[in-house]
Design a protein around this ligand. Structure first.
Ligand SMILES: *Cc1c(COP(=O)(O)O)cnc(C)c1O
Length: 427
């Protein structure tokens, strides 16, 4: 569609937006006496207003039912995790018995590596992206050490080519083929937290399988953002956090996906706890672990009720909005932002903004990362002063994530207008 860089045009897009009413269902931080332009949903999603009632309801059940809440009440806590599975399955493109909300992200990466990383003398390498999120780096490095191996012998990192910002799928596939049967696991962030690049998970998974390796993904920046089809892509395992695009609060419960060929196999190796034990006989408290024949068999401890209550309330909004509608609005809003940035560059005597997120719609989600070719900090400080909440990464990158549930086209225009005004004074 043909965009225009005007307030009236942005407002017109908002009027036509079938999801416009969802904005009023979130709490916004205040800046200069009004709602902030909150473009940091990729870091910590805003609080949905229905969360408070969800938590109060959970507290009331604990208050009145006490231990009876595990089996009684309107949402027995025994199976509280099953209440979020249908929406998680839709968001992940998975079957319900392939997804479970449990623990937190880094812990879940460790648990999944305990299951899927089984190095032998000939198959032991892990392929991942260079400069992965630090927690992922530490998880892989220490997993390797637990097996008595050295990270430098085992972890193969793929970086962008010199002078480039993104990693080409072709290069990842070639690297996997080059290391062939020495590769045990390919583990990549589905959407890179820095550049916003959404990798071709289907192609990478196929390449991993072609050499007999497993393919797993950290979906921290993908969950609730991009269109995922984990089951059909035959992804083996994945984990994500829920406080970013899934708006479930700081330190919220994480989630895990395990493909059904492993999830339904109680003999598949894992680290176990009683909450993953066969439900019919769990309370016989017998010796010898018997896994639930679904991904629930990876659960260890009782679900944290309050975190689950928040997660459930938040996911309710994704159900109401419709996941396809959210994808459609995300694509359009992101295209509008790319258009506005290009328009600003074109209006200046020299290019000042380099968008490092891929231009190709299939290779990105909400996030747009911009590399400021000069005066980055000045531009960022002006944005913050005007009430835009964005994210600054050294040395010169601003990350923005307009999200379809609560951001508007007008906010995208306002953001661009601030940049246009400040950059005009730089020449
Ligand atoms: C946000 C994020 C994390 C954070 O891990 P926690 O265990 O939730 O603290 C890890 N990895 C990636 C890629 C992230 O984006």
């Amino acid at each position: 569609m043909a965009f225009e860089n005007t307030l009236a045009f942005a407002q017109q897009l908002d009027q036509q937006d079938i999801l416009k009413s969802f904005r009023s269902r979130f709490h916004f931080p205040q800046r200069n006496g009004k709602d902030a332009v909150y473009f940091t949903g990729n870091s910590l999603g805003l609080q949905p207003k229905n969360v408070k009632d969800g938590v109060l309801q959970a507290l009331a059940e604990w208050e009145t039912l006490a231990v009876g809440g595990y089996f009684g009440g309107s949402h027995p806590w025994m199976d509280y995790h099953l209440e979020v599975a249908p929406t998680l399955a839709k968001l992940m493109g998975a079957k319900e018995h392939e997804v479970v909300a449990m623990n937190q992200l880094t812990i879940n990466i460790h648990l999944l590596f305990a299951s899927f990383y089984k190095p032998t003398a000939t198959r032991y390498k892990i392929i991942c992206e260079a400069k992965a999120f630090p927690s992922d780096q530490y998880a892989l490095e220490t997993q390797v050490q637990l097996h008595g191996l050295k990270a430098e012998d085992v972890i193969i990192e793929i970086a962008p080519k010199p002078g480039e910002q993104i990693i080409h799928t072709k290069d990842i596939v070639e690297l996997i083929q080059q290391h062939g049967e020495s590769v045990a696991v390919v583990f990549i962030g589905g959407v890179n937290y820095y550049t916003g690049q959404f990798f071709d998970l289907q192609a990478i998974t196929a390449a991993a399988h072609s050499v007999g390796a497993y393919a797993g993904y950290d979906l921290a920046h993908a969950a609730g953002n991009v269109n995922l089809q984990l089951h059909n892509w035959e992804v083996d395992f994945a984990a994500w956090c829920t406080y970013k695009y899934l708006n479930s609060g700081p330190g919220a419960i994480g989630g895990v996906y395990v493909h059904e060929q492993f999830a339904t196999d109680p003999a598949f190796p894992r680290l176990a706890g009683w909450w993953g034990y066969d439900k019919a006989t769990r309370f016989l408290m017998d010796k010898g672990f018997k896994a639930i024949p679904t991904v629930e068999g990876w659960q260890m401890s009782i679900s944290p009720l309050l975190s689950m209550a928040i997660h459930k309330a938040s996911l309710q909004l994704f159900e109401e909005a419709g996941i396809d509608n959210l994808h459609a609005k995300r694509e359009k809003m992101s295209a509008f932002l790319h258009f506005i940035l290009a328009d600003i560059n074109n209006s200046l005597p020299e290019k000042i903004i380099e968008v490092i997120t891929p231009a190709n719609e299939a290779e990105r989600g909400c996030q747009v990362s911009i590399h400021m070719l000069r005066d980055g900090k000045k531009v960022f400080d002006a944005l913050m002063a005007e009430g835009v909440v964005a994210d600054w990464r050294e040395p010169n990158v601003i990350r923005l994530a307009p999200v379809p549930l609560y951001n508007t086209y007008e906010e995208v225009w306002v953001f661009g207008n601030i940049i246009r005004q400040i950059t005009a004074t730089l020449f």
